[in-house]
Ligand binder design. Structure first.
Ligand code: SF4
Ligand code: SF4
Length: 226
């Protein structure tokens, strides 16, 4: 097992623990707004206009207003903190971009107005084979293989010069300017943002788990209210 795979396995374990803790925290917040003298459960079907339904509506509001606002405020904070770190020009992110979508699927998404797909296709072209991609970042390809991730397409940018410089730097799209904007993405060891990622990883895991819980609870509650 590679060092990278070890790290991802450890991260998954940490995520499960954080997820369980944040589930308790959010459940606690939802219990705190439970109507006085009501002893029902939040995830039960109640009749229209009952106390139970009022609680469920308040819970949806709490999840999607107060809790979500706090999540996105913290997310913005960690993204703003990234400006303290800098790209060192290793060019790995220009030489290897992965997507779960094939070029045809990306084209279809772009035609349907997907801005990310449009930007992605404006710079990246597919590698002819996985072996070519492997030469850029072998550990990463191995990680995908060890985790059975088969539905991955590998791309690279032809605008990168032999000297590892962007030949269209002034006009590079926003996705290049924003990289890495996902605090949980896997970064090459040499990446200048690796220290940022390592530092904010625990809070990014916590926020990610909270987003998952909020989405799941909201969906459940909306179904119960229908
Ligand atoms: S446009 Fe420039 S910065 Fe963006 S991927 Fe290509 S070479 Fe890299
Ligand atoms: S992987 Fe990181 S350091 Fe390397 S070019 Fe991309 S942003 Fe810069």
């Amino acid at each position: 097992m590679t060092e990278l795979n070890d790290k991802v396995t450890k991260l998954k374990k940490e995520y499960r623990e954080i997820f369980a803790t944040m589930t308790d925290v959010i459940q606690d917040k939802l219990e705190q707004i439970k109507p006085k003298d009501f002893d029902g459960d939040l995830f039960t079907q109640y009749s229209p206009n009952s106390v139970g339904q009022e609680w469920q509506k308040s819970a949806i509001k709490l999840l999607n207003e107060d809790i979500s606002k706090e999540i996105y405020r913290k997310l913005n904070e960690i993204l703003a903190y990234r400006t303290n770190f800098h790209c060192i020009g290793c060019a790995t992110c220009c030489k290897l971009a992965c997507s779960q979508f094939s070029p045809e699927e990306l084209k279809q998404k772009a035609d349907n107005g997907d801005n990310f797909a449009t930007q992605f296709l404006s710079v990246f072209i597919p590698y002819q084979s996985k072996e070519e991609a492997r030469k850029v970042y072998p550990e990463y390809i191995e990680l995908l293989e060890e985790n059975g991730e088969e539905n991955v397409y590998f791309y690279h940018c032809p605008k990168l010069t032999k000297e590892n410089r962007c030949s269209d730097y002034e006009n590079r799209p926003q996705i290049c300017r924003d990289f890495p904007d996902n605090p949980l993405s896997i970064l090459p060891k040499a990446c200048g943002y690796k220290a940022w990622k390592d530092e904010i990883e625990p809070i990014a895991l916590m926020l990610h788990s909270m987003i998952e819980i909020v989405e799941h609870y909201t969906k459940e509650l909306i179904t119960l209210l229908e």
